[in-house]
Each structure stands twice: as C-alpha cells, then as structure tokens.
Ligand binder design. Structure first.
Ligand code: HMG
Ligand code: MG
Length: 312
C-alpha cells in the first residue's frame, strides 16, 4: 500500500522574513521563491498584504508577485503549481492580492490566509483588534476571495501558548476554529506561535480539536504550523501525524517568527526547518513530493541571504 501523503507548505518568504532585521532585497526574495518552486513543496507562502508600517519587511509583496508573474509559466484556467499564497488581515489586503492577479491576467495568488488568535492579548498586539473584530473583518474577505476563485486559509495563533497570557486552553482554540469554519474558510492552520508545544500538549490540542472538527473527512483540512524554539517541533510533528494531521508548514533554514510575538528578552522564534520537517515526515513512513536536496539548496541560499543582509 502506498504511504499516506503529507502536504508541505513552505512559509519562509513570509514568516521566515517578516521579522528579519536586515533589509532583504526584493530580487533575493524572488530568488528564494524560485528555488522553492523546484523543491516539490505543495504550497509557498510568498508574502503578506499587511500594513507596511506594521511589517516593513514585507512592504514589497506586490513587487515580489509581479516578478514571479514574469517567471512562472502562465497557468490557463487554474492557478500556479505549487500553489502560491499570501497573508491578508482585512479587505485592503485582499484587494492587494486580487490586484496582483488582475495585473498578471491569471490566478497567480491562489490562496489568501486570514489570521487571528486564541489569545486576546496577542490578537490586539498583532492586528490591533479583538478576536471578534478580526473575525468580522474576515467575513467580506472570505466572500470576496471565493468570488474570485481563491481558497482561504484561517490561521489561529497561540494554539498552544501565548507569549503574554501563557498556556492556551484547547477549548478556546477549538471555539475560534469553529467560528472560522462558520465563516467558510477552506483550511484551518493551528499556529504554535512561540514553539511552546510538546508531544503531550500537541496531542491534547488535537484530541480536543478532533472531537469537534474531524481531522480526516471534515469540512476543511487542518494544517499544523510549528515554531521550533526548544527543539521540540519534530516530536510535535510525530505526535500530530499519529493523531491524523496530514499537512504542515515549515520554513527553510528554520527562519521565521512573528514580530508581535517577541519581547526584548526573548525574540520571536523561527519555524521548524522545512528540511527537518520533511525528514521527520519521511522517517515516520509518510510520503511528500519534496526533494530534500533541493530544499537544502534553498536553505543554503536563505541562510546566506539573511547573513549578508545582517552584515554591517
Ligand atoms: P491598524 O493600524 O489598526 O489599521 O492596523 P487601520 O485600518 O487603522 O490602518 C492604518 C494604516 O494601515 C492605514 O494607512 C491603512 O490604509 C493601512 P495610513 O492611512 O496610516 O497611511 N492598512 C494597510 N496597508 C496595507 N495593507 C493592508 C492594510 N490595512 C490597513 N492590508 C492591521 C491593522 C491589521 C492593518 C495591522 O495591524 C497589520 O498590518 N498587522 C499585521 C501584523 C502581521 O502581519 N503579523 C505577522 C503575521 S501573523 C503571524 O506571524 C502568525 C502566523 O505565522 C501563525 C503563528 O505562528 O501563530 C501566521
Ligand atoms: Mg508563524
């Protein structure tokens, strides 16, 4: 019997770079995406259409997509393969993503990701809105994206713990996920924003979650988005595979972190490295379409790009 297929999304051009302190040139971001295009990942989260005052590092989202439009073969009818996605916090963000597609003349951005949290403090710090306010903002975003044939991912940050409020009650996570599903999102993404998870807390979250929202055959697929602060993300991946999760996010070279999850003493941690994630998934007996060698070449480029940008 063929091994179960696990879906891999590389979020390095977005989560990996949003908190980077050096200035990364647009052409280097485009090159990173180009390298990722050849790895076999299922999806690349390319950038964010958010306020450039809040996240200056991704202020060139439209330029990055514009350059990709000139590189990728035009896909008639369908979208890009792998799927290209971007974060949007509100209608203005969706308008930015749709403008990219209009200018390209095809559905280059195939998915937009709205993002909220299971912690009120984090939600306020990250988007200047309560959880309820973020969900209201998403209503027209989901409808507008679907009207243009785009998929919508719904992120829930602080799924295990909040940097400001401590451990998160799984019931609070499930409640927010249910509300996102009620809005019509096509996918739920559970974010361990600060890498606090252990195998045990991951199992506890997924246990509470799957009692309300089926992991297989449910209304929408579920993705797990892990940060690797304490080197425990791989054990969380194994626990999640055991619980039935078949979709994960990661970032080449383990870059990443939310600018609004860090404090002066404790900067926001990076994502689990895509190389590590894919190896862990393969070792657990599952298949991905990913070429680990190609992923390592992209990781080497990403490391060098960040090192050069940080150099005085
Ligand atoms: P606000 O200041 O409350 O918004 O920010 P506003 O509506 O009052 O607008 C303020 C200004 O931003 C205005 O411009 C708007 O036009 C502009 P001004 O008149 O001052 O020149 N603006 C925008 N510009 C571009 N694109 C937009 C947009 N919206 C408004 N979409 C807002 C509210 C949501 C915009 C802001 O808080 C924001 O951009 N936050 C984004 C924060 C962010 O990107 N965080 C990181 C991603 S989340 C994450 O990393 C977690 C995740 O990885 C999962 C996990 O690990 O848990 C996904
Ligand atoms: Mg993240």
């Amino acid at each position: 019997m063929a091994p179960d297929r696990v879906r891999i999304t590389d979020v390095s051009p977005r989560d990996g770079l949003q908190n980077e302190r050096g200035v990364i040139a647009t052409r280097d971001k485009v090159r990173l995406v180009e390298l990722l295009l050849g790895t076999g990942v299922d999806e690349i989260e390319v950038s964010s259409f958010v306020s450039s005052k809040w996240v200056p590092q991704l202020g060139d989202a439209a330029e990055v997509f514009g350059a990709l439009a000139g590189i990728l073969p035009r896909a008639e009818g369908g979208g890009a393969s792998p799927l290209l996605s971007a974060l949007v916090p509100n209608e203005k963000g969706l308008a930015g993503a749709l403008e990219v597609n209009r200018a390209a003349g095809w559905r280059l951005v195939g998915k937009v990701s709205v993002f909220t949290a299971a912690s009120e403090t984090f939600s306020k710090r990250n988007t200047n809105a309560t959880i309820a306010e973020t969900l209201e903002r998403f209503r027209p975003v989901v409808a507008g994206a679907h009207a243009e044939g785009l998929l919508v991912r719904g992120y829930v940050s602080c799924a295990i713990a909040c940097p400001f409020e401590g451990a998160t009650d799984p019931a609070a996570v499930v409640e927010v996920c249910q509300r996102l599903l009620d809005l019509g999102v096509d996918e739920i993404d559970l974010g361990d924003t600060i890498g606090a998870g252990t195998a045990e807390s991951t199992r506890a979250l997924l246990d509470a979650y799957s009692r309300r929202i089926p992991l297989a055959g449910g209304p929408a697929p579920t993705t797990l988005h892990l940060h690797d602060t304490f080197g425990r993300a791989a054990e969380c991946v194994r626990a999640a595979l055991g619980a039935g999760v078949r979709s994960f996010d990661a970032s080449v070279a383990g870059l990443g972190g939310c600018p609004y999850a860090g404090t002066a003493e404790r900067p926001a941690p990076g994502n689990i490295a895509s190389e590590r994630l894919v190896r862990t998934v393969h070792e657990a007996g599952f298949a991905t379409g990913v070429d680990v060698g190609a992923l390592e070449r992209a990781a080497a480029f990403a490391r060098e790009m960040v090192r050069a940008a940080r150099a005085p």
